[in-house]
Design a protein around this ligand. Structure first.
Ligand SMILES: [Zn+2]
Length: 65
């Protein structure tokens, strides 16, 4: 039996890198405490669901895990 190695295909790697660069540019990761929506923004903002209970985390401040 052989195991399939878990590695990203070049295409997936490019998408991942693009996502990182996008986050870098905008800098603020937002997560709504009401509906759990997650998005990245250039500034702290309210959620599309209308909730202002949104967590704002600078991308370079991500906690471990
Ligand atoms: Zn929300």
């Amino acid at each position: 039996m052989s195991e399939v190695p878990r590695q990203l295909r070049p295409e997936e790697l490019r998408q991942w890198e693009a996502a990182i660069q996008e986050a870098d540019r905008h800098n603020i990761f937002c997560r709504c405490r009401e509906c759990d929506r997650e998005w990245v923004s250039s500034k702290p903002e309210a959620c599309q669901c209308g909730s202002k209970r949104v967590e704002h985390i600078a991308c370079w401040q991500f906690p471990d895990g």
